[in-house]
Write a protein of this length. Structure first.
Length: 388
């Protein structure tokens, strides 16, 4: 019995000794491996001073995802501290982020977590928990502050979108159901989908649009739906890149199509021109039609029918709006549709100080141009595509 017990005890001691030696070897190997990887990351950083996110398991750069640094490795810099960062990354997600700070001449590194690009909420929450100022979207090279406008919308879980709801086929609110539809509304939905939030539409009007955008407190996060990009608007507000080509044209009765072939044909004392108040249509009419009679009608969506019924002769409108009414009412024509008086683009409008939201909106527009979905949206609404 004693002999058997002694044999077991010796066997256990031998095993313990073997495990201990094996663990030492593994730790030594891991340390050597960390050093080798750290050397590779350091060499990589010298050629990528503008910043990078690196999968240290494969030494490749991911092209998609949202990179967020861990608090545990924050403010790690230079080659001496890179080993700690690599060791943390190997025990967690396997990614290291780095950049060169020209102000102090140091390279900074972080163990990084990579989120899917449709998980912005989770990425920002992780960034807050880890004391980060921002998260970085790899596919668009976009920094999103963890306490900016985008973060505010994500916490609210709703984006507030101002729209007039009177501009077929860009933004229209059905009186019976109060539901919104149109090209601009689908653009709003694409932005909300990118942020993974719901939409609440907030009514605005052309006469009050600027005041509503600049109101304090804010009435909405952005405005969309037939808003032309102008230098005047950009002086006091932010405007996105264009997502729809635009230009001034006219609607008239089909029987008068041959009568109105130029601006000079319209600018005559016996011609009645109808416009909606407060927008660029009224501004264009006042600046360019000094002889015609200008009639201001409060509801933009009612003007085409009034033209068809003879209450006025010409409606100043846009090439985005005119084709819809011509299609819906054979009494109407747009004889100058292919030769508009002006050329411009429609974009998204918002207050200054929301650069992170502006960049997100621009990213959505660029992606839709790139993947063909913006062209398909033009085709759906019968609008000319201007981004070939």
């Amino acid at each position: 019995m004693k002999t058997w017990f002694l044999t077991i005890l010796l066997a256990l001691c031998g095993t313990a000794s073997f495990v201990s030696c094996s663990s030492c070897e593994e730790r030594a190997f891991e340390q050597d491996n960390v050093s080798v990887i750290a050397d590779k990351v350091w060499a990589f950083s010298q050629a990528h001073q503008d910043g990078f996110t690196l999968d240290i398991r494969t030494m490749t750069e991911p092209t998609e995802g949202i990179a967020v640094g861990y608090a545990a490795t924050q403010n790690s810099h230079s080659r001496d501290q890179l080993g700690k960062v690599v060791s943390h990354a190997l025990q967690h997600d396997g990614y290291v982020g780095g950049w060169y700070n020209s102000e102090d001449g140091l390279y900074y590194f972080d163990s990084t977590r990579l989120f899917r690009e449709d998980s912005l909420k989770a990425a920002i929450r992780f960034g807050e928990d880890n004391g980060q100022h921002s998260v970085f979207i790899l596919s668009t090279y976009t920094d999103i502050p963890v306490s900016g406008k985008v973060a505010e919308i994500l916490k609210r879980d709703t984006i507030l979108i101002g729209t007039t709801g009177d501009y077929r086929p860009l933004s229209f609110r059905e009186p019976e159901t109060s539901e919104y539809w149109g090209f601009g509304i689908e653009m709003a939905e694409a932005i909300a989908k990118r942020l993974d939030v719901s939409i609440k539409y907030v009514p605005t009007s052309w006469p009050t649009l600027t005041a509503d955008v600049l109101s304090v407190p804010q009435k909405f996060d952005l405005a969309i739906g037939g808003i032309t990009i102008t230098d005047t608007r950009r002086e006091t507000m932010l405007m996105s890149e264009g997502y729809l080509g635009n230009g001034k044209t006219i609607l008239c009765r089909t029987s008068d199509a041959d009568r109105f072939q130029s601006l000079a044909d319209i600018d005559k004392p016996d011609v009645r021109v109808m416009v909606n108040p407060g927008g660029l249509n009224e501004k264009f009419a006042n600046e360019n039609l000094t002889h015609a009679s200008i009639i201001v009608h409060q509801k933009n969506e009612e003007i085409p029918a009034l033209i068809a019924e003879g209450e006025a002769d010409v409606m100043i409108t846009e090439i985005t709006e005119a084709p819809y009414y011509v299609k819906m009412d054979n009494r109407l024509a747009a004889p100058l549709l292919n030769s508009p008086f002006t050329h411009g683009e429609i974009g998204v409008l918002m207050p200054k100080g929301q650069d992170d939201l502006l960049e997100m909106v621009n990213n959505v527009i660029r992606q839709m141009k790139s993947d063909g979905s913006l062209r398909r949206l033009h085709e759906k609404y019968g609008l000319a595509y201007a981004y070939d």
